[in-house]
Write a protein that binds this ligand. Structure first.
Ligand code: F6P
Length: 328
């Protein structure tokens, strides 16, 4: 990485709280170490179109506490095509961008991996997604904030569920991953979680009915990972089944939706994003190529892109046991 070139930074895919903290950390660490930074707008879309501008330390002032991303984000169709990536490479050369820091999830890092295979570009990825589904990092930026938001919502739902003696199916995001559902269920004292990773042949609803809906409990909350990520079906599917098969129960559904993605980042997300953003520049200075910077056992780790996007980050089976045992 030459010092007369810029380090480009972009956010891509679904926004996640803490992305701004990461932008700030990357920008300030780069400037601290004598590099220049360009912020690229709207993810890979802006990389293709050349929508970028130099970032100063002041440009990233007072953003650590803000949700969303000041650089905006997009899911770029064009970047999935060879023509789009060619244009992106041409723009990088024209704009003197020598390396790219990509903050995003699975799809965004997949794009970075392909791009870095096709062209002589250095890409460093930062895990930014509420789904926590990137392999090799214990946590992704945005996950903790979303988890806390869900727990706050479920606490509120519990009040009304208890008052009416109702069963609630609460649908949360996560795409193909059940981290948000499983851990929010534990943290909110929910009776069960239905997650994609625990798809057994046994009928989960039967198990739940047997375990959770007992007379001494006057409300029940089941957290369900969204469908179609959850091949078991989403919250509506379960609510319909209970209404059909157990007509005595008063059932409601609450789909939390995009409110899970917004809001001020938690302290943990701010610290994670700051550490990972700083480490991204350290990685560039160490001449690392095409890796995601993650965190494992509280240590910074470098994870090759193809590992990070393997898509089979396991959920700790102990968490499933903990929820089962504590929800009796
Ligand atoms: O990947 C983050 C995420 O919020 C998923 O949990 C969800 O399935 C998806 O993005 C929603 O995407 P969009 O905002 O494009 O509808």
């Amino acid at each position: 990485m030459k010092k007369d070139e810029y380090i480009g930074i972009l956010t891509s895919g679904g926004d996640a709280s803490g992305m701004n903290a990461a932008i700030r950390a990357v920008t300030r660490t780069a400037i601290f170490n004598g590099f220049k930074v360009k912020g690229i707008y709207r993810g890979y879309e802006g990389l293709i179109a050349g929508e970028s501008r130099e970032l100063t330390t002041e440009d990233v002032s007072s953003i650590i506490q803000r949700g969303g991303t000041i650089l905006k984000t997009a899911r770029s169709e064009a970047f999935t095509t060879p023509e789009g990536r060619r244009e992106a490479y041409d723009t990088m050369r024209k704009e003197k961008i020598g390396a790219l820091v990509v903050i995003g999830g699975d799809g965004s890092l997949t794009g970075a991996r392909i791009f870095a295979e096709e062209y002589p570009v250095t890409c460093i990825g930062l895990p930014g997604t509420i789904d926590n589904d990137l392999y090799g990092t214990d946590f992704t930026i945005g996950y903790d904030t979303a988890l806390n938001t869900i727990v706050e919502c479920v606490d509120k739902i519990r009040d009304t569920a208890t008052s009416h003696d109702r069963i609630f199916f609460v649908e949360v995001m996560g795409r193909d991953a059940g981290f948000l559902a499983q851990n929010s269920a534990i943290a909110s004292g929910a009776e069960a979680a239905i997650i994609p990773e625990d798809r057994t042949d046994a009928d989960q609803l039967e198990t739940f009915i047997g375990r959770g809906f007992r007379k001494t409990k006057n409300s029940s909350i089941v957290i369900v990972t969204e469908s179609p990520g959850n091949k078991n079906g989403g919250a509506m599917h379960y609510a319909d089944r209970v209404k059909r098969e157990y007509p005595g129960y008063d059932v409601r559904v609450s789909i939390l939706g995009h409110l899970q993605r917004g809001g001020a980042p938690s302290a943990n997300d701010r610290i994670l994003a700051s550490r990972l953003g700083e480490a991204a520049i350290q990685a560039l200075m160490e001449d690392q190529h095409n890796i995601m910077v993650g965190i494992h056992n509280n240590e910074i780790v470098y994870v090759p892109f193809d590992q990070a996007i393997k898509n089979d980050k396991p959920i700790d089976k102990n968490l499933i046991r903990v929820l089962n045992e504590l929800s009796i």
